[in-house]
Structure formats: structure tokens, C-alpha cells
Design a protein around this ligand. Structure first.
Ligand SMILES: [Zn+2]
Length: 409
């Protein structure tokens, strides 16, 4: 909490301070600059881990990236308020206008057909709601930046227009020189969130940003952020402000306010972004686990993204049913799980991630999210031995997809 002692200042730079709990457990590197450190804590209360409490100093510069209008409030409302109360500079970048939002718009406007004018009208509404929310949190109107990228189009942008997108994000980072960046998580099941996380990974590397990075996970997280290493425990003022900011997004309350207010909790939790560099000499391996069994049948392509130490972004898309890439081997590991092994596409070291994409979605959320590349599992050679005498082909291509029906132990 804001008044607790036990601060452990990071090395150099502006005065972001993380207040740890009662017991300091060690030191770790964070952000992109190895020279910056802070303490971590292993404190817990009744089995629930509590991360380091984040506080801000007047010379901090917080840069928040939101894929859609409302993410800034729902993920970072308490953090933004805390930074502003401390006198820190806060800038907010909203990547899309949130205009691909047909059902709330249809119900609000009582019209079925949404033409270009209707989409523009919804974009203007959502942008104005975001501006109102930022005003409620004390962010200056000139400190909001709307990129107007295509809503529900950030994965496409990542794959087909990655370099230009990284350059635009890098320009913003260069301009504001943040000491602290709040950004979505690659693990978020909303594809716009995960794609923006990857683009930011590259942009932050390109700028060699020394900022400390806070990754927020809004969709599909379950209880997996319960032991997040960093947090904002909201004061009464921060909680009230966050609630007011969330409710500024009135267009998102048509099915009830609970969707927004579920995010207005006593604690905002933040993870360290997944950015570890990996050697490229070994096969790249991933195991994708779907939330529902049918998702495997709709998997059509493997997206692979690599980011170099200098922030250069490369992307490949391999069609599973038609690929002739002999280096691609996909093995069914059960009704919901595929194991993918791919010979390295690029030679330089980098951060490598991949996802399975489907042609059809039940909703906007990913059936399979982006995964960091793993070293070959210990049982990969064993896996080859487990293949049945006549492996069945899941796809209709050249047999690169083999099914073993082996259940992971
Ligand atoms: Zn969002």
C-alpha cells in the first residue's frame, strides 16, 4: 500500500519505486536494460501471493498502451490515477477505435445494417468515451493518442504490416521516453491484445527502452495472475476513480455494467512480459492446447513471429493443409492438443513465438494463443517412436500432419 515502508529503488533513471511486502526474496532483471533492477518479494497472505506494490514519483513518465478504448481504464485505471496523483506524466495510446462492435451498436441505435457511416459514428462515440475516462483519471486531453488501427485487425497487421507498425510504436516510445510502460499480455486470449503485445516487444527492443514493463492480462486469464509479481492495491480514491472511468464507457454497458465492473477490483495485477531471447539452433517446438476439442479441427495455419535483439520483426504463415515444408511436423497429442516441431526459419537469435489460427471463430477470442517457443521436449524422440504404424493425416496435404492420438502423461 502507498504508505508502507520497504522501498527498494531501481538502479538509475527516474524514481519509480516498488514497495515490497515484508520479506525481500531476491533481485531480478526487468525491462530491456539489464542495468535496471528492483527487488522482488515473495510475500503472501493466506496463500494468495501479493506482488510488489507499484508507486510513482513526479519524474516518472508512464506510457499506457490500450488495444481498445476501455482497456486503459479496466487494466490500468488505478495505476494511471496513482501516477497522476504523484505528479507523473501519463500518456495513453489507444491502438483501435473499438468500432467493430456490432451487437452493442445495433441495440443502441436500433438498426440492423451498419454501414460505413455507422462504423465511423461508433468509433467517434468510443473515442469520446475514452477521452472522458482519461479526464476522470486526470490525464490531460492532449496526452491521449489514437492510432486508429483496424479493430480486430491487429493480428493481420502484425503478420502483414509488422515493420511499419513497429516503426510507429517505436516513434511514440522515442518521443515520450517512458520510465514505465503498461502493455497488454501476449497471453491474452483477445487477438488484438496479444498482437499489440508482440508489436510492442519489437518496438521496445528497437528503441532499447530502459522502461520497466508491466504486462496486463484481461481476457482468458483465469486465476493465472493471482501470483503476479507486481500490483497496484487500489486506495479508496483510486478505486472510485477507476470505477468512474470504467463507467465512462457507456457503450459497453448495454448488456449490463457487470462486464466493466468485474474489472474494477481492489488490486490491479501486472506480469513481466515474455521477452527472453532464445538460441535458434534447435528445432522450434510448441504444444498448443485448445479450450474445446473441436478447435483442433479448425486449425488452418501456423503463424510464426521472430523478433531480433535489435527489434527487427519477421513473420511467417504456414498453411497446415497445404504446406510442403518438410521441416514442419505436427503431432496430435490428444483430443485438444497439438505438438508442433519446426526447423528454424531464421538463423539469428531472437524471441520466437507462434500461434495456431483458425478459419472460423465462435467469438472473437483465440482458441489457441501465442506461445513462446520451447526447447524440444525431453520426450520428442520418444514421441516419434509413439507414432502408429500408419499415422493418419489430419490435413489433406502432403502428410506433414500426423496423428498419434497419444495423450500427454
Ligand atoms: Zn481490449
Amino acid at each position: 500500500m502507498a504508505g508502507r515502508s520497504g522501498k527498494a529503488a531501481a538502479g538509475g533513471g527516474a524514481g519509480l519505486v516498488l514497495r515490497a511486502g515484508a520479506r525481500l526474496a531476491g533481485m531480478r532483471h526487468h525491462g530491456l536494460a539489464a542495468s535496471h533492477r528492483w527487488w522482488t518479494t515473495a510475500s503472501s497472505t493466506q496463500g494468495v501471493s501479493r506482488g510488489m506494490e507499484i508507486t510513482c514519483q513526479p519524474d516518472d513518465r508512464l506510457l499506457v498502451f490500450a488495444p481498445h478504448p476501455d482497456d486503459e481504464s479496466l487494466a490500468c485505471g488505478g495505476l494511471i490515477r496513482r501516477a497522476r496523483n504523484a505528479g507523473a506524466d501519463v500518456r495513453v495510446v489507444v491502438a483501435t477505435n473499438g468500432d467493430t462492435n456490432p451487437w452493442p451498436q445495433r441495440l443502441t441505435e436500433r438498426r440492423w445494417r451498419l454501414d460505413r457511416d455507422a462504423v465511423d459514428r461508433w468509433a467517434a462515440l468510443r473515442t469520446s468515451e475514452a477521452r472522458a475516462a482519461l479526464h476522470a483519471m486526470g490525464v490531460h486531453a492532449d496526452h491521449a493518442h489514437f492510432l486508429q488501427w483496424a479493430d480486430q485487425g491487429l493480428t493481420t497487421r502484425l503478420v502483414h504490416d509488422g515493420e511499419a507498425s513497429v516503426a510507429e510504436l517505436a516513434r511514440i516510445i522515442r518521443l515520450h521516453r517512458p520510465t514505465l510502460v503498461a502493455m497488454p499480455s501476449i497471453h491474452d486470449s483477445h487477438p488484438d491484445h496479444s498482437a499489440l503485445a508482440i508489436l510492442l516487444n519489437a518496438a521496445l527492443r528497437a528503441e532499447s527502452s530502459p522502461a520497466r514493463l508491466l504486462s496486463y492480462w484481461l481476457h482468458g486469464r483465469g486465476s493465472r495472475t493471482a501470483d503476479a509479481p507486481m500490483c497496484v492495491t487500489l486506495t479508496a480514491d483510486e478505486l472510485a476513480t477507476k470505477r468512474a472511468a470504467a463507467l465512462c464507457h457507456d457503450s459497453q454497458t448495454h448488456f449490463g455494467k457487470s462486464r466493466l465492473l468485474n474489472f474494477v477490483n481492489a488490486t490491479e495485477r501486472f506480469l513481466h512480459p515474455s521477452m527472453a531471447m532464445q538460441a535458434t539452433g534447435q528445432p522450434w517446438c510448441w504444444q498448443f492446447n485448445a479450450a474445446v476439442p473441436l478447435a483442433l479441427a479448425s486449425a488452418r495455419r501456423l503463424r510464426v513471429v521472430g523478433i531480433s535483439a535489435g527489434g527487427a520483426l519477421r513473420a511467417e504463415s504456414l498453411e497446415l493443409r497445404t504446406s510442403t515444408d518438410a521441416g514442419l511436423r505436427i503431432t496430435r497429442r490428444g483430443p485438444r492438443s497439438l505438438q508442433v516441431e519446426l526447423q528454424p526459419l531464421w538463423t539469428e537469435p531472437g524471441w520466437i513465438t507462434a500461434k495456431l489460427d483458425t478459419d472460423h471463430r465462435i467469438n472473437v477470442y483465440d482458441a489457441f494463443g501465442w506461445l513462446d517457443r520451447h526447447p524440444p521436449p525431453r520426450d520428442m524422440s520418444q514421441l516419434a517412436c509413439e507414432a502408429p504404424a500408419q499415422p493418419h493425416t489430419v490435413g489433406a496435404g502432403n502428410g506433414v500432419i500426423h496423428g498419434t492420438e497419444t495423450i500427454e502423461p
